[in-house]
Design a protein. Structure first.
Lengths: 790, 299
């Protein structure tokens, strides 16, 4: 029978509809012939179809709607009857002769509607009678539909303010009383529904109940639409009465739905003024009611209300909305010990959003909310629940979104304490969010306190937290995170140099805890940030601070030295080398020779001891040469030492072409254009000649191993160096030496053993063209070039 | 043929008419043959005035030994059919013995007639009032003509009319308290009341209020009691919970009630009861019966 339940139901519904239609047909005939007696008889029979217990609410509704349509026609007929002289009072009695209660009450409501319209009796009396008589239906589904019908036919006839049914005897109080009573009775029926029938069908019944909830809620909508319900009335009678019913029904489904209804139906202004009462009901609800959604809705609405107009803000202050909400949430959480953490956090998150919108100036409120949240979460450890975690992220993101300024959030002392509860992965996500917020808003973090606070917040990114395993971390994600930290370091800035130094020291302290994986990301921005400071100090007057304690470039360099040293543990020698060179250059600008020398020394040590890859060596040596070339701070001795070393390294590179190129690059170390004491033509020539030799050796080697001499590119490159120094006035470079080099290249290129290379050919050709061009320039330059024949 | 027909035909037409026949209220009366006729309505202490018209057929001479009119109040018990107990019997002589040649009217009058009982047509008993005209004749049967009329007596508003209030129940199962606003109702009255559910441990399907008539006839070992349910009025659909109160509003006018007759000439009585019936989901019935007094109120 159960298996065929749905099928049977269809049959019953079909039978019900058929019966209804048949009687409706006879009723129509009676209506057409103005036969009141038959009209009553057949309408009662028609309505008897609604007495069925076999249909689910859904199907019953279908039947009800058909009856409803027919009753509209009957109501029209009754109206005409009264116009024809039949007393409406008699009609009102006549329909009550029906023996079955359900048809009787449907008819009574229908005539009642006509009765009120006739104004032969005060509307309130009729309404009161109807709502009382409907008590006769105690069957939940039938009762709900009957009362829904009553609500439907009466809603335009309530003695509301300004309604035509308002009078001396009829006031809005009566209208409210009527709706409240109907509401109360409907809710009772609705709640009772769950106890009907066998326990095993409970789930199905709850579903059916859920389908019927709007019938109950409609009463609240009607209440909400009664014009005459002003704040006082709402406060004194409507809300207390509704809440009483909600609380007393002790039903989870009803309480949740109805609380939500109250919040949605009545104006925000009323909610604000009755917060005590409304919130007072919350802890009294069943522990299983999803109160967080209800309260969140309320707070969201109130926040929107506050946002709607600045004029309403004083109201919020006047009623102390925040503290009331805050208290209520505390109580609700206490009252519902089983509330999941997610619920707790959601509540606080909503409250935070509320206060951020309503009291953006009261940061202490926001901090209170976070504090309360911490209190409730304390002892729970890291939160594992995914949903709860999400809510915490929402909670923490709210201030960022609102203020668009992390600085404000940093003032919230409880902010990091809330973050503690996040698991490591989420903590990182949150930290990233914070950084992104800073980036997006270009927030400047300018005091040491804020920096400290910020690093506390993002510590998940700065160092390994307990219980994280490397293999859990995705390489790309990690890079992404660390890059954002690097960007963040650049955002920490203060014009006050003293403060800036402190910031740098603080940042350094934090990043050094980060472990080898992070240092390669975090050290460079710190170094550059420091160098920026150095440069600014340099721009200042001589020793602006005057005392020994103050920040000096020297101190910064000491710090930098130690910082870069940290990279040796990583190890990241290539990066460290670059940074040393950068620092050396900065020291050069500050004319701190020993410091610069020290940095170079460090760089050289790294080169010698750590950089073994030949490609890396090539890059490194060129960096060293380039940097060294620009150094002006060194005395002859130091410079000689460093230059000598660099040249030595160059000659020891593995591949001949690399050697050659490094060596001819070294030539620049002996000839710095704008420094008269650094023009050693002799040694330039030695370098270039050595380069030629190496190029030659390279060719021979190539010829020996591959059978062809390879390209003459190196020669062309050296030729270009020759031309450079020639032009710069190095007396050691003569036109004849250039001439012979050109000839050498030409010969080589024509040789069979040379591998033809279009690029080299083009290079050489354009070099020659350059010479030609310089010749044609005439003047001093032209003269100089004159002897060279290309 | 004509002669023979004429021989069986009554030799005259007798008709009884009331002086205020045109204005007097007529009520329907169900005759023994099932037909309903309209008859005049009287109450006790009224004067019954009218005339009897006797019209001999085509001038035939009607010889009689006297003409009289009787007013009879009779009780007929169906188990003793044919025997009438006359509780009222009044006679007026209309004519001395003689002969009638043409139609003649005889006025009659019964003044302030005592008619204490109402006309009643029950299951086992009938109480009726008739005017009976008898033309007595020698050797041949008397000519008799009847005219029914109905008597209804009004009762003044009872000075004491308490409500009926009672708590009933089955221990630990069902406790209800019911209240009907009065114990005495007139025929067009409406019963108002409330049923309070104090304890409900059974699954009630519905509740109805019945109006029952108990007609008791005879006496001693020959007592016959007939109970009819005149009304079945559903008060409640579905099961209530503790604390519910269900309104009662039952209009009596649609039902064919008579007043309560306590003891009509020691022959019969008619009493009315309200029967509150609760039906549970297993169709078990729980009921409580309460007598009410029905009376006729002057309208």
């Amino acid at each position: 029978m159960i298996a065929n339940g749905a099928e049977d139901e269809e049959k019953w519904l079909a039978a019900g509809i058929a019966g209804l239609q048949q009687n409706a047909f006879y009723m129509h005939r009676a209506l057409d012939s103005n036969n009141l007696r038959d009209a009553l008889k057949y309408s009662a029979q028609m309505l008897s179809e609604l007495r069925t217990s076999k249909l689910s609410p859904h199907k019953y509704y279908e039947l009800y709607m058909r009856a409803f349509d027919e009753l509209r026609k009957l109501e029209m007929f009754f109206k005409e009857e009264t116009r024809r002289g039949c007393s409406v009072i008699d009609l009102y009695e006549l329909v009550q002769h029906a023996g079955n209660i359900l048809p009787r009450l449907y008819l009574l409501c229908t005539v009642g509607s006509v009765y009120i319209k006739s104004k032969e009796a005060p509307a309130k009396d009729v309404l009161k009678d109807l709502v009382e008589m409907c008590r006769g239906i105690q069957h939940p589904v039938r009762g709900l539909f009957l009362r829904s019908y009553l609500s439907q036919v009466s809603r335009d006839k309530l003695p509301d303010i300004g309604s035509e049914y308002e009078g001396d005897a009829d006031t809005v109080v009566d209208a409210v009383e009527f709706v409240l009573q109907n509401f109360t009775e409907m809710n009772k029926l609705w709640v009772r529904m769950q106890y009907q029938g066998p326990a095993r069908e409970k789930e199905k019944r709850e579903k059916e109940r859920s389908e019927l909830r709007d019938l109950v809620g409609k009463n609240l909508h009607v209440l909400g639409q009664i014009e005459g319900v002003d704040l006082d009335m709402y406060k004194d009678s409507v809300l207390p009465r509704v809440l009483e019913q909600v609380v007393n029904c002790k039903d989870e489904l009803a309480q949740f739905y109805l609380m939500d209804c109250i919040i949605q139906v009545f104006p925000d202004e009323y909610h604000l003024q009755t917060l005590d009462v409304l919130l007072g009901a919350c802890p009294q609800l069943q522990p299983s009611v999803d109160i967080k959604t209800v309260l969140s809705q309320l707070m969201e609405r109130l926040a929107n209300y506050a946002a709607s107009s600045s004029e309403v803000l004083p109201e919020f202050l006047q009623v102390e909305a925040f503290s009331k909400l805050s208290n209520a949430i505390g109580k609700v959480i206490e009252a519902q010990p089983d509330m999941p953490i997610m619920g707790v956090v959601t509540l606080y998150s909503s409250l935070l959003k509320f206060t951020l919108h309503v009291h953006p100036d009261r940061l202490d409120y926001a901090d209170q909310v976070l504090g309360a949240c911490v209190k409730k979460l304390s002892g729970k450890g890291k939160i594992e629940d995914n949903k709860a975690t999400k809510q915490i992220v929402a909670l923490l993101s709210a201030p960022l979104e609102k203020y668009n300024d992390i600085v404000t959030a940093l003032k919230l002392s409880n902010y990091p304490r809330v973050m503690e509860f996040l698991d490591n992965a989420t903590n990182k996500v949150m930290a990233t969010v914070i950084i992104q917020s800073i980036m997006k808003n270009r927030t400047q973090i300018s005091t040491i306190d804020k920096v400290e606070a910020l690093f506390e917040l993002i510590k998940g990114l700065i160092k390994d937290l307990d219980g994280t395993f490397d293999d859990e971390i995705d390489e790309d994600d990690f890079k992404e995170e660390q890059n954002s930290v690097a960007r963040l370091i650049q955002m920490l800035y203060n014009d006050d140099l003293e403060e800036m130094f402190k910031i740098i020291s603080t940042v350094r302290k934090h990043i050094l805890t980060g472990g080898s994986k992070r240092l390669i990301f975090t050290v460079p921005p710190l170094v550059f940030s420091s160098l920026k400071l150095v440069r600014q100090l340099q721009g200042q007057e001589e020793n602006p601070f005057g005392d020994e304690e103050s920040t000096t470039p020297k101190k910064i360099f000491q710090l930098l030295n130690q910082t870069i040293e940290a990279l040796s543990n990583v190890p990241a020698p290539e990066l460290a080398l670059r940074l040393y060179l950068q620092c050396a250059e900065a020291a050069n600008d500050c004319e701190l020779e020993p410091v610069a020398y020290e940095f170079f020394t460090q760089a050289y040590i790294l080169y010698e001891e750590e950089i073994s890859d030949s490609k890396a060596q090539v890059t490194a040596i060129h960096l060293i040469i380039g940097t060294l070339q620009r150094m002006q701070v060194f005395g002859v001795e130091n410079r000689d030492t460093l230059t000598h070393k660099a040249t030595g390294y160059s000659a020891k590179l593995l591949k001949k072409p690399d050697q050659c190129r490094a060596v001819y690059a070294c030539s620049h170390l002996f000839w710095v254009c704008d420094q008269e004491n650094l023009k050693d033509g002799e040694r330039v020539l030695i370098c270039l000649k050595r380069a030629l030799r190496i190029a030659n050796a390279a060719q021979q080697m190539s010829s020996a191993t591959r059978g062809s001499t390879g390209s003459v590119t190196l020669f062309v490159e050296i030729l270009n160096k020759y031309l450079y120094f020639f032009e710069k006035g190095n007396a050691q470079i003569t036109s004849s030496s250039i001439q012979s080099l050109i000839e050498l290249i030409t010969t080589e290129m024509q040789s069979d053993s040379t591998t033809p290379d279009p690029a080299t050919n083009a290079f050489f050709a354009s070099t020659l063209r350059y010479i030609q061009f310089q010749k044609q320039k005439g003047g001093a330059v032209g003269e100089k070039y004159e002897p060279i024949k290309a | 043929m004509n002669f023979i027909v004429g021989a069986f035909k009554p030799p005259c037409i007798v008709s009884i008419s009331f002086a205020d026949g045109r204005t007097r209220k007529q009520v329907p009366l169900k005759k023994e043959n099932g037909h309903t006729v309209m008859v005049p309505l009287f109450q006790s202490q009224e004067n019954i005035v009218g005339e009897v018209l006797i019209e001999p057929i085509h001038g035939k001479k009607l010889e009689h030994t006297g003409v009289k009119i009787e007013l009879l109040g009779q009780i007929e018990l169906y188990f003793d059919r044919g025997n009438f107990y006359d509780f009222t019997s009044l006679v007026r002589e209309l004519d001395v013995p003689g002969e009638l040649y043409e139609k003649k009217t005889y006025p009659f009058e019964f003044s302030t007639v005592e008619m204490p009982y109402e006309s009643y047509n029950g299951v086992n008993v009938r109480l009726r009032y008739i005017l009976k005209v008898t033309i007595s004749r020698n050797y041949v049967s008397n000519i008799v003509e009847h005219q029914d009329f109905v008597v209804q007596n009004y009762t003044p508003l009872p000075s004491i009319n308490n409500s009926i209030k009672m708590e009933v129940g089955i221990e630990d199962c069902l406790h209800i308290e019911f209240e009907y606003n009065k114990s005495k109702y007139h025929l067009k009255d409406v019963i108002l009341g409330k049923i309070y559910f104090l304890l409900v441990r059974i699954k009630i399907k519905n509740m109805e209020l019945e109006i029952r008539r108990r007609e008791s006839t005879g006496s001693g070992p020959n007592t016959y009691v007939e109970t009819e349910t005149l009304a079945k009025f559903e008060l409640m659909d579905g099961g209530p919970v503790r604390g519910e109160s269900i309104p009662v509003r039952l209009f009596l006018s649609p039902y064919e009630l008579t007043p309560t007759y306590r003891n009509i000439n020691n022959k019969f009585s008619v009493k009315y009861y309200l029967n509150l019936v609760l039906v549970d989901e297993e169709d078990r019935r729980y009921f409580k019966q309460q007598e009410i007094t029905v009376y006729r109120l002057e309208t």
